[in-house]
Design a protein around this ligand. Sequence first.
Ligand code: NAD
Ligand code: DAU
Length: 354
Amino acid sequence: MRKLQNLLVTGGSGFIGSHFIRYVLTKTDFTGNIVNLDKLTYAGNPANLADIAARYPGRYTFVHGDICDRDLVQNILETHGIDTVIHFAAESHVDRSIHGPAEFVQTNILGTFTLLESCLEAQRQGRPIHFHHISTDEVYGSLGETGYFTETTPYDPRSPYSASKAASDHLVRAWHHTYGLSITLSNCSNNYGPYHFPEKLIPLALLRLLNRQEVPVYGDGKNIRDWLYVEDHADAVWLILNRGQTGESYNIGGNNERTNLEVVKTLCRLVAEETSGDVAEMEKLITFVKDRPGHDRRYAIDPQKIQTELGWKARHNFEEGLRKTVRWYLENQEWVQAVQNGDYRTWIHRHYGG
Ligand code: NAD
Ligand code: DAU
C-alpha cells in the first residue's frame, strides 16, 4: 500500500478529474488533502466541484494555473507537501486536435514533461513523489473486427490527440527507467456520465435530443467504442494508486462495446422514456454527417490485468449508467445552461455563495 496523504490532481475541474476528486473525498477512507491545479480552459468548470469546495474547505484547495508553469508546479509540490500526483490535465477532444493541434502538443506533451521534471526535482531534494499518469486506449490505434488492446499492444496513435497522449506516456516511462521516478499509468476506454462537457458524443447527442435538434453521427455510425461509467474509472485509478505496481500500466475498460449508432439509438429510447417522448420521433433526428478524418474504427480494452491483479470490476452496466446520466442532465438544466453560456461563476454564486 502506498502512502497517500497530500494529492495533487491536475485537470481536476474537467470531467473525469472532478469525478475522481469527488470519489476520493466522498467514497473512500482517504483522510488527507487534495490540491486541484487547473487552467480552466473551455473544458474546465469550477461548478463541477462547487459543492465539494464548500463541503471540504480545509481538505480541498483549488489553484488556478497551468501545468506548463514550472515555478508554480514546484511551489505547489513544496508548500503542500505533495506525495502523489494524479495527472488528468489534457486537451482531450479528438476533433479539436484535428483543427488545432498546437495546444495538444503544448499541454499534453510539454505539460507532462514539466510535471515530471518538477517531481524529479522534489525527489532530488529528498521529497519522493509518486506520479500516476492518466492515459487513453487511443494510443493503441484502431482495431479490426476482432481482438482487444492489452498492456503489451504496440502503440499506434493516429490522431494529433492520441499522438500527444502516446508521447506523454513514453515520457512518463522514460522518467521511471532513466531517473527512477515512481510511476504508474492507466489507459482507459471512453468514459460517460454526469458533468461531461457537451462536445463529446454522449452529452452532445443527449442535449440535442432533449432540445429536439438533429444528432450528428459521423460516417456510417458503425465505429465502435468501449464505454465505461466515469465513477468506475475513478474507482480503478484509486485502486492503482493504492496497490498498483510501480512502473506498471493498467488498461481500464468495461467490456461494453457499442457502435455509435447503437449508443445514439439507446439514448433516443432512454430520453423518450424519461420525458414521455416518442422514440420514433427521436430517431428521426439522427443525421449522418461527413466522417471525422482518420476516424479510428474500433477500440476495445482487455481489462484482465487490473481485474486479476487488483480485483477491479466495473460496477455499472451501460443501460443503468446511461439512464443515470440522462436523469442527471434532466435534473441539472441550470448546470447545462451555465456550461453552454460559459457562465459558471454566476451559477456557483447562486448555489454556494462567494
Ligand atoms: P476534460 O477536457 O473534460 O478536462 C481536462 C481538464 O484539464 C480541464 O479542466 C482543463 O481546464 C484542464 N487543463 C487543460 N489544459 C491544462 C493546462 N495546461 N494546465 C492545467 N489544466 C489544464 O478531459 P477529461 O475527459 O476529463 O479527460 C481527463 C484525462 O483523461 C485526459 O488526460 C484524457 O486524455 C484522459 N482520458 C479521457 C477519456 C474520456 O473518455 N474522456 C478516456 C480515457 C482517458
Ligand atoms: O477512447 C478514449 C477517448 O474517448 C479519450 O481518450 C478522449 O479524450 C475522449 O474524447 C474519447 O474520444 P472519442 O473520439 O472516442 O470520443 P467522442 O465522444 O468525440 O466520439 C465518440 C465516437 O462518436 C467517435 O467514433 C466519433 C463519434 N462522434 C462524435 C461526435 C462528437 C459522432 O459520430 N458524432 C459526434 O458529434
